[in-house]
Design a protein around this ligand. Structure first.
Ligand SMILES: Nc1ncnc2c1ncn2[C@@H]1O[C@H](COP(=O)(O)OP(=O)(O)O)[C@@H](O)[C@H]1O
Ligand SMILES: [Mg+2]
Length: 324
């Protein structure tokens, strides 16, 4: 692929829609044979980046190469080396899974026999062999996304772009898609995966670029990112504003770092090392002290935590700012 060992390289990408900068100096480097996560909230510019890299739209500035080929000058060659699945499946509801894949094969000029063979191979690989001859209308969300993945693999692309492949799926469907992505990468494909979920990037990607308002604001391993936000957190919401300071104190005793209080939401949260011990201790102490608790729980670091750490702002605020 690229002489530099990179399957995707983007430098200073710019894309404007009217006065709005969807990409504003976006940089990205994806090593061959890896899954690279592009993590960011709604409106950050993920889909715009994927569309430019897959030659669907033109860039206004900067440059990018996929498989060593300039996306602005060598569109046709880039297209022959990539696969793309969007947020929404492109498969036909009325046809069966097998018919869909055979149809895609023929669209790509595989010829009847090769299209059939490739369809059968992909159905097996994505664990859809049993459902192959059912109409796609009967598929679950997870099965449908897997079929979408299979369709994008008809030509065995060197680089696959997956734009929020699990958004809208239940946990089971999400797990199924994750397994499918792992199987793809084991086969040597390079994957650029966009997501709004830190957990998803953590499960699949060896490296993650965080995007905010059209710019890359961090490039790190998932562990590196999680370390920056301090792992698991305990979170308490109190019923009365006057109880918040006491809750902060109780949480501080079990936490592995400064608790953060959000007064408006009557909420305090803090990093913890031993999740369950911290939860038990805080719940008991608050009850002993007569603090009325609206909600208490543990949560794994989210995109929102990463954003708060990197930008000092919550994701909803940063993106609203971008849209203004
Ligand atoms: N075709 C378009 N016309 C006008 N604005 C657009 C268009 N596509 C995207 N945008 C804007 O560009 C920004 C980035 O959008 P997008 O790349 O879709 O973000 P993401 O995929 O991260 O949610 C958003 O503010 C969005 O409203
Ligand atoms: Mg998008």
């Amino acid at each position: 692929m690229g002489d530099d060992g990179l399957a995707v390289r983007a430098e200073g990408l710019e894309k404007r829609y009217g006065g709005k900068r969807a990409l504003d100096g976006f940089d990205l480097a994806v090593r061959e044979g890896t899954v690279h996560g592009l993590l960011g909230p709604n409106g950050a510019g993920k889909t715009t980046a994927v569309r430019i890299l897959s030659t669907l739209i033109r860039l206004d500035g900067g440059r990018a190469a996929v498989a060593g080929l300039d996306v602005a000058r060598r569109q046709r060659e880039v297209r022959s080396r990539i696969g793309l699945t969007g947020q929404y499946a492109a498969v036909d509801e009325v046809l069966t899974g097998r018919q869909n894949l055979e149809m895609f094969g023929r669209l790509f000029h595989l010829g009847g026999r090769r299209a059939r063979a490739r369809a059968a191979e992909l159905l097996a690989r994505f664990d859809l062999a049993d459902a192959a001859d059912k109409g796609v209308g009967e598929y679950s969300g997870g099965m449908r996304r897997r079929l979408d993945l299979a369709a994008s693999m008809i030509l065995a692309p060197a680089v696959l772009f997956l734009d929020e492949p699990t958004t809208g799926l239940d946990p089971r469907g999400r797990g199924e898609v994750w397994d499918a992505v792992r199987a793809l990468v084991a086969g040597g494909t390079t994957v650029l995966l966009t997501t709004q979920y830190l957990e998803e990037a953590d499960r699949l990607a060896s490296r993650v670029t965080v995007i905010d308002r059209g710019r890359s604001i961090a490039d790190d391993t998932p562990d590196g990112l999680k370390n920056r936000v301090g792992g698991d957190r305990i979170e308490v919401v109190v019923a009365e504003r006057s109880d918040l300071p006491r809750a902060v104190k109780v949480v501080a005793r079990v936490s592995d770092g400064e608790p953060e209080a959000e007064e408006g939401e009557l909420r305090v949260h803090a990093p913890v090392l031993d999740r369950v011990a911290a939860l038990t201790e805080v719940a008991r102490t608050l009850q002993d002290e007569g603090v009325r608790v609206e909600d208490i729980g543990l949560r794994r670091p989210s995109l929102d935590d990463v954003f708060l750490r990197l930008t000092g702002q919550r994701t909803d605020k940063t993106t609203e700012g971008a849209a203004a």
